[in-house]
Write a protein that binds this ligand. Sequence first.
Ligand SMILES: [Cu+2]
Length: 187
Amino acid sequence: MTTGTDHGVGEAVAARIERRWAILSIVIVGVLVGMATFIGIHQATMPQGRVETSDPKTLHLSGEFVESNLGSTLEADGSVTVRAIGQQYSFTPQCIVVPAETPITLRTTSADVVHGLLIEGTNINTMLVPGYVAVLPIRFNAPGEHVMPCQEFCGIGHQGMWGKVKVVDKSAFAKLAAARRRLTCVD
Ligand SMILES: [Cu+2]
């Protein structure tokens, strides 16, 4: 049987536990707000080191993203630069060919709205924002084929926006590059 005093003790214990949990939840909220504030201020005060811009209106007329300049190029230092653009609802080039075991710089942008570029089976994933050049250092360890869907909803035809990446042997790529300055695997 419980007596009046037992009741009082029980209530005091319950109140103490409740107070502890209340304090803990306030501390958790405080830490989260603190983290969000720190990240916000830190990133605002430390902007990206370099931002490259492009003009979607003149992309096809002049500059590095004109159609004849798109595709893969073997640079003098042995690395490869790939230039590609995304537009509603395709990538140009539709099929990108690159060598395996080679440092590659991917340079992409959008000609209209925000698109996404994801290469299946890898951690390569970036947004193509009109007005900005997305630059990504990439590398493939082995030859193979990867699909490259647009991963950012970009309009009514979004689900049909797919590209392809063909990774070929390093020597095979060198042979292709000797014959042409800009390479793609679009038939
Ligand atoms: Cu898209």
